[in-house]
Write a protein that binds this ligand. Sequence first.
Ligand SMILES: [Zn+2]
Length: 193
Amino acid sequence: MALNPLLRSLLYLIGGDVAIEVGIELLNSENEDITDEDITENIKERIEGKGIDFEPNDSEILKLNTVRKTLYKLYREKLAQFRRIRDKSTGWFIYYWWHEFDYLEGILLEKKKFVQRKLRDRLQYEENNYFFICKTCEQSNKKYRFDEAFELNFRCPECGGPLEAQENQELIEFLKKKIVLNQNITISKEFED
Ligand SMILES: [Zn+2]
């Protein structure tokens, strides 16, 4: 089984090639939680003799410790979960892992909704307000709403120059385009074979 491109890039960003390999193992053991030791063994078996170049380097990927660190990174990013069981004979903990890649879609959807809300709030703000600026102090980027400008008698509080109405139609059009673009982002959860 292969990872979808979005997930693959995300894993790479989180932990390089090792994270991609770990991700593949977690997907392959979807029906049964897997220990970090088995993940390491499986990766070794899979890549042996293939001459694949790994980031950070191929000797690192074969170490149990690297796999553990990577799993922990995925856990921190909410892409993996574990339960631990104490081995009665050795007294050590055994960690069983599984992926939570399905949440990825939810996380991205939340982000999309957040951006959408911000854009819509800003659009509404721009549409509902007239803005005034001082052309002399234009670099300062200070905008005054109508009521603020009125209070100031349409005089710039910094230089005393006149406050003039600012055209925000371009910004409004820009925001509308961004909203449509953001809305059209679709998140594929298909896994490719
Ligand atoms: Zn001014």
